[in-house]
Write a new protein. Structure first.
Length: 229
């Protein structure tokens, strides 16, 4: 469903992503892992069209998307939950959820979002900035689901969040993937969460995809070599 081949990306003169290959099969959850600064966030930004790539290809459902604008990719069915959530603090929860619907007056917020995250209904009129970190993360995921994407890109959804909310968010992500068939590409540093959620892993080290396979093949040696600091 999503395939990256030979992707190179630079920030100025710094070569960040070096010939990355990655494939995410329909209906699976792929985990992108690796130490801080290895290029995971940059890779998601390349997929979303938020930073330009130097060369390589990105195909989504058989179509080359690497020259499309971010909004076009979102309309094609790519949802994105950025690192740090990036919700609008001055807008209400409901207004945040309406952002992806701009220009589509006939469409409303799918009721499913509030079933998945009841707290968003309770807090619909509160400002985004007044929510806790965990609630903001639920809002960011809810907002990414408003256009009913085919694939969801999640950048460290558990960073800086209380354990009970991490559990709730984990349950929702696994349910969306396993019961509703939503394809997921998850950037995740926490091993137990990645193991409980992902079908496949890819390890990034210094901008290169150095290992990948079924999650059951993620060995202690690989973790030692590419994850521990
Ligand atoms: N806007 C930018 N301009 C220049 N360099 C950048 C920029 N954003 C990131 N970098 C550099 O690119 C490299 C990869 O960063 P990236 O954020 O993609 O890594 P990451 O694996 O997601 O790490 P983290 O888990 O810390 O977010 C790092 O060396 C970082 O300093």
């Amino acid at each position: 469903m999503l395939e990256i081949k030979g992707l190179n990306q630079y920030y100025g003169g710094s070569h960040i992503l070096k010939g990355v290959d990655l494939a995410v099969e329909q209906g699976t959850c792929a985990c992108l892992m690796g130490r801080n600064g290895m290029g995971k966030t940059t890779l998601l930004k390349c997929l979303m069209g938020l930073v330009p790539i130097a060369d390589g290809s990105i195909t989504f459902q058989g179509r080359e998307i690497s020259r499309l604008r971010p909004q076009q990719r979102a309309r094609m069915g790519i949802g994105y939950v950025p690192q740090g959530r990036e919700i609008f603090p001055q807008l209400t929860v409901e207004e945040n959820l309406r952002v992806p619907l701009a220009g589509k007056r006939s469409r409303g917020i799918p009721e499913r979002i509030f079933e998945l995250f009841p707290v968003l209904k309770e807090m619909a009129r509160r400002r985004g900035g007044d929510l806790s970190g965990g609630q903001q993360q639920q809002l960011a995921i809810g907002r990414a689901l408003v256009l009913q994407p085919e694939i969801l890109l999640l950048d460290e959804p558990n960073e800086g969040i209380q354990p009970n909310i991490v559990r709730q968010i984990g349950e929702v992500i696994r349910m969306l993937n396993r019961e509703e068939g939503l394809t997921i590409l998850l950037v995740e540093q926490k091993l137990p969460f990645a193991r409980a959620t992902g079908d496949h892993f890819t390890l990034l080290n210094n901008g290169r995809a150095v290992a990948s396979g079924a999650m059951s093949q993620l060995s202690d040696e690989l973790i030692q070599e590419h994850m521990t600091v």
